[in-house]
Design a protein. Structure first.
Length: 637
């Protein structure tokens, strides 16, 4: 749910504490149903259509009965909220709603019991209905993004094979216990955090850590839930369950998202705070002024109620929640999840996007950049012909691309943590790792040649860079790779500035360097080592699933792992900000104009704003705000 953190008095106050989202919706439907007879038996049908509802015994009290149900059933939540705000000395939206509804109810009840004047029960009912709907929308604002979070949760398999009494038993993840030993077959997803107790294989952790190169796992090695097993079987002892698991981390994201608060939402709360002071002050002055000139108690009360009702913001209660709800849903539909509202707001002022290279701008799939000889490449391809390893696949693809003859290998054997060997044409050929991006090929134990590989740039990354540059945003790349590798990737993508050979602990320092030059920096990363930089940046964006740490440090998550969504984030931020400002203008600006008229400032010229007419105009303001917010849906990111 949304949490309102008001800045008054340096304290935080939660206006939705103890409220359930669905309660607001249930109350809304009940109040809406009661609003229909309240309008029919009000003075409005006669004023506008010269028609009156059928009368029956006791019908003169129908409005009072229905209005009382609306006030005490639908409006009680606002009265309690106002009491809480006043107790915290932070009058805001709840207080303002409570003042207006109480004034309308007491005034109307008095008219039914003691007078013959116009009642405001219909206005009371519509006001409460709109506010209930507004608060429901506000509390549901992040619900549309939960589908995006479920995509993250899909990293985990639905069940796991647990070894019990020498046999494997398939159980759901919820039944896993610490100490269980699970079997993960080739190509399977690792179901829980733990350590390898038997077996050896290369594990693809790119979805979890952002590291594109598969990581070899042998006995004693730690494994992460959601990573994908290679071509060997593993037995893993489960070490993390419950709150420590990846899935629990995802659920914590949901909770944090629901607690996030936009600075503009704070602005609407502050607007409510000042409108509350204005309502009380202007209402009191209006009442005393008309009493002092001898206009009579009834007339003075009518003016007081008109001021209190006009000040209560139907529109303000919907202005920000509607835009927030629509923008959050648009974000989820476009492939990114807004974890913190402030992050989406910050995106509009970003001047520089700093990309971590590996797994962000690059495929996470390797390609051969250089081979010392065709013979070495062909022999390496023969050994790797049936390998599922990304590097092996890259070697085979390059050999095929060059049209080389790849002989059939026999007696293939993978050597854990070193490479693989096989017999090719009567010779024992070994293909192994020698450094970060170099493969050595040996024949009969003698070095035959080397093959250089690199993570290839992603086509969509080039589009993303070009789109950002068209928006006037600088693009900078940061990587731990050597200068020549960084220069090649940057040139391929059209990036003019880059930082190479940057150690993980230095990434945040580079962000600070850009910020010291007056730039507003968005950092895009996906690994544990990106977390400090994501936190340091003005806007942290985690690409793909990332790690728990990276996701916790980021304000926005790219669910689809597509860098082309980054220009969309900035576009949506700019559109959202514009809509919120427009709606605050329509919601608050109306009050500034209408309030003096409601107080009777134009009475000398015979212009009086009756409470019922004031209510009609105020409802029009709400319609304008809702329509203006809805226009955001039509925008294409």
């Amino acid at each position: 749910m949304e949490h309102a953190h008001s800045q008054h008095g340096g304290m935080a106050h939660d206006k939705h504490a103890g409220h359930h989202t669905e309660d607001f919706l249930k109350k809304f439907w009940v109040v809406l149903a009661l609003t229909i007879p309240l309008i029919l038996y009000s003075d409005l049908p006669e004023i506008f259509f010269s028609w009156s509802a059928p009368q029956f015994f006791g019908s003169q009290y129908l409005q009072l009965v229905l209005g009382s149900i609306v006030f005490f059933y639908g409006g009680l939540v606002f009265l309690k909220g106002a009491a809480s705000e006043l107790k915290a000395r932070l009058p805001g939206m709840m207080t303002l709603i409570a003042i207006a509804t109480s004034a309308a109810y007491l005034y109307s009840a008095g008219q039914v019991l003691f007078g013959m004047g116009m009642t405001l029960f219909w206005e009371l009912s519509t006001l409460i209905a709109v506010m209930l709907l507004g608060h429901y929308v506000e509390m549901r604002a992040v619900q549309g993004a939960k589908g995006a979070l479920r995509e993250l949760a899909k990293l985990l398999p639905e069940d796991a094979e647990v070894l019990r009494d020498g046999k494997t038993v398939r159980v759901s993840l919820t039944e896993l216990r610490e100490g269980d030993v699970v079997l993960v077959r080739p190509g399977g997803k690792i179901p829980a955090d733990g350590s390898v107790v038997e077996g050896g294989t290369d594990v693809d952790e790119s979805l979890v850590t952002g590291e594109s190169r598969p990581v070899h796992k042998a006995e004693g090695a730690a494994v992460i839930a959601g990573s994908i097993n290679g071509d060997g079987s593993l037995q893993i002892r489960v070490e993390n369950i419950g709150e420590k698991t990846f899935l629990a981390g995802v659920m914590r994201l949901v909770a944090e998202a629901e607690q996030s608060k936009s600075r503009l939402q704070l602005l609407s709360d502050r607007a409510a705070y000042y409108l509350t002071l204005l309502a009380i002050g202007a209402g009191g002055i209006t009442f005393l002024a008309w009493m002092s000139v001898g206009s009579g108690f009834g007339f003075a009360v009518e003016r007081l109620v008109a001021v209190l009702v006009i000040t209560c913001p139907h529109a303000l209660g919907l202005a920000i929640p509607l835009v927030a709800s629509i923008s959050t849903t648009m974000a989820a539909r476009n492939g990114f999840f807004v974890k913190r509202r402030l992050a989406l707001e910050a995106a509009r002022s970003v001047t520089t996007v700093l990309f971590d290279k590996t797994g962000t701008l690059t495929e996470g799939k390797f390609a051969v950049t250089e081979a010392s000889s065709d013979e070495a490449l062909a022999l390496a391809a023969a050994v790797e012909a049936h390998s599922e390893h990304p590097i092996g696949k890259a070697i085979v693809a390059e050999a095929e691309g060059r049209g080389l003859t790849v002989e059939k290998a026999s007696d293939f054997r993978r050597i854990g943590g070193q490479g693989a060997e096989a017999n090719v044409g009567g010779r024992k050929i070994f293909v192994g790792h020698r450094g970060a991006d170099e493969i050595v090929v040996e024949a009969q134990g003698k070095r035959l040649g080397t093959i250089a590989l690199a993570d290839t740039a992603r086509p969509e990354a080039k589009e993303a860079v070009a789109a950002l540059q068209r928006m006037g945003i600088d693009v900078v790349m940061i990587t731990g790779d050597a200068n020549d590798v960084a220069e090649r990737v940057a040139g391929e993508l059209g990036i003019k500035e880059f930082f190479a050979r940057v150690r993980p602990e230095e990434k945040a320092e580079k962000v600070r360097l850009l910020q010291s030059a007056g730039k507003k920096v968005a950092m895009v990363g996906d690994g544990v080592n990106d977390a400090p930089a994501l936190t340091q940046a003005d806007l942290g964006i985690a690409i793909g699933a990332g790690t728990n740490v990276a996701i916790e440090s980021a304000g926005i998550i790219l669910v689809k792992n597509d860098p082309r969504d980054i220009p969309k984030i900035i576009t949506l931020s700019r559109l959202t900000y514009a809509k919120m400002i427009q709606n605050l203008f329509w919601a608050s600006g109306y009050n500034i104009i209408a309030l003096p008229i409601a107080a009777g400032a134009l009475a000398a010229w015979g212009i009086m704003l009756q409470p019922a007419v004031a209510a009609v105009f105020m409802s029009l303001s709400t319609v304008i705000v809702a329509f203006n917010a809805a226009l955001l849906r039509r925008r294409v990111l």
